[in-house]
Design a protein around this ligand. Structure first.
Ligand code: ADP
Ligand code: MG
Length: 237
């Protein structure tokens, strides 16, 4: 525990919460500590990632331990892998059971980028990773479409819910990315209805952001219970 504190300090990782998991020393610990499958380590290596970034070192073990998390780290610091990696490890295999993970992004551009990154990290494993597009929203009934992970803006996902095209009752994993932007006033209701549609009691929610203004943290506390807070550097740098 003392060693964890020294290590965190070195990487400017600040945590608060109970029994926060030890940070990762390297990517190899994903397999030695958590039995990570080799496809994932191979993809991380192929992407040219040698060392985990500070947010990855701490957020990945927290999420793998099943704790909810809100995480704040600067833009460009690797937050996508910090939530995609534990998500893929938890989902383990593709399944026909319906949507098991949802990633919400504030804009379509970010949703598109996140989908691309997610597919790269998942390469070689046949997860169905679906970007919610307008065409899909018009055509598809998601209750019939095999889909493990869905990536969407709140607007589109909320429409899909209202049109009863999607069942989120099996979602095990909900990520709110760029949550400072997601929590802008006009999106709040939509987020709220999505959070409510994810009725699985064992869901693990997490929130990732470049800044963590007090109002975001307060909102996050109303959604998540006993969440661990991980901040890299300073809170609103
Ligand atoms: P953020 O969401 O924090 O703004 P991203 O997840 O978009 O950051 O990552 C920024 C860039 O860093 C991307 O090009 C990504 O591929 C790269 N990256 C992510 N993790 C690592 C790593 N461990 N080592 C090197 N580059 C990384
Ligand atoms: Mg990002």
């Amino acid at each position: 525990i003392e060693r964890d504190a020294v290590f965190r300090k070195k990487h400017k990782i600040h945590v608060s919460g109970n029994d926060v998991a030890s940070p990762l020393k390297n990517f190899a610990e994903l397999s030695s500590r958590y039995g990570c499958e080799s496809y994932l380590l191979q993809n991380i290596a192929d992407l040219g990632f040698k060392e985990p970034t500070p947010i990855q070192r701490q957020a990945i073990p927290v999420l793998l331990s099943g704790q909810e998390c809100f995480a704040c780290a600067p833009t460009g610091s690797g937050k996508t892998l910090a939530f995609v990696c534990p998500m893929l490890m938890k989902l383990k295999h593709p399944s026909a059971d319906g949507v098991r993970a949802v990633i919400l992004c504030p804009t379509r551009e970010l949703a598109t980028q996140t989908t691309r990154e997610c597919k790269r990290v998942a390469k070689g494993k046949k997860f169905r990773i679906t970007l919610m597009t307008r065409e899909l929203l018009r055509k598809a009934d998601f209750s019939k479409l095999p889909c493990d992970i869905i990536i969407s803006t709140p607007q589109r996902l909320r429409l899909a819910i209202r049109k009863k095209k999607i069942d989120l009752s099996r979602v095990e994993y909900l990520v709110l990315d760029e949550s400072d932007k997601l929590f802008e006033i006009d999106m709040l209701k939509k987020i709220d209805s999505i959070v409510k549609a994810c009725t699985n009691p064992s869901i693990v929610r997490s929130l990732f952001s470049a800044t963590l203004p007090d109002f975001v943290e307060e909102l996050a506390r109303t959604i998540m219970h006993d969440a661990v807070r991980v901040i890299i550097g300073r809170k609103n740098a």
